[in-house]
Design a protein around this ligand. Structure first.
Ligand SMILES: Cc1ncc(COP(=O)(O)O)c(C=O)c1O
Length: 203
């Protein structure tokens, strides 16, 4: 979950300053404070069943990085260390940090990234407008087939998870896919033994 603070006079800034002053130690892997833990617990309590844990992050890009890291860690502890290719549907937007650009489906950002980061393979997302050469449902089927093929090409044993932005953000302005598309993606993930991570950005 990411939270932006844009109003410098708001009480969030004062609370953040107060909390920062109380943090005794922070390293790249270990950082928490007591209000952060309380907020995560409260967020998880308010969420639907199945969301029993929450982790608070600074922004959407960090949420994506965290997701990729968790995905990889989960694969490793399950003895699936060969899984490190994280596909996502194209077009999509997952943020500006290097890991987030790698899973973002946007040719312009993909073009500048490769020297420092491997771009992850992209499938196609279901479109509800500007559907090229198909109608909505057949394009959704096509998108699911592209993912199925990608899974075969990459090898399912190399994929720790699929990252999906269910409602389009920056890349696709409020775009939603068909119900059949989301179900097809779920089925592909289940059949091939990797989790589907659904990311949601709240503006
Ligand atoms: C789905 C999604 N992921 C990640 C981001 C990046 O978020 P941030 O700019 O907070 O890093 C956005 C921003 O629009 C987004 O829509």
């Amino acid at each position: 979950m990411g939270q932006h603070v844009t109003d410098k006079s708001c009480e969030c800034v004062a609370a953040a300053r107060e909390q920062v002053e109380e943090v005794a130690f922070a390293s790249r892997n270990v950082f928490e404070n007591e209000p952060d833990g309380r907020l995560a617990e409260r967020r998880a309590r308010l969420a639907d069943p199945g969301f029993e844990n929450a982790r608070i992050v600074s922004a959407g890009s960090e949420a994506t990085e965290t997701l990729i890291n968790m995905t990889r860690q989960l694969a490793v502890v399950r003895g699936q260390g060969t899984r490190w290719t994280v596909p996502s549907p194209n077009p999509s937007y997952h943020g500006t940090s290097l890991g987030a650009v790698a899973v973002t489906g946007a040719p312009d950002s993909e073009a500048i990234c490769p020297p420092v980061r491997r771009i992850m393979p992209k499938a196609l997302r279901s479109l509800s407008y500007r559907v090229p050469e198909y109608v909505t449902d057949s394009y959704a089927d096509h998108g699911a087939n592209v993912l199925e093929q990608l899974t075969l090409d990459e090898g399912k044993e190399s994929i720790p998870s699929l990252i999906l932005e269910p409602v389009g953000g920056l890349a696709t302005g409020g775009l939603v896919g068909t119900a059949g598309f989301y179900k097809a993606l779920r089925d592909i993930c289940d059949r091939n033994g990797f989790p589907l991570y659904v990311r949601r950005a709240d503006a």
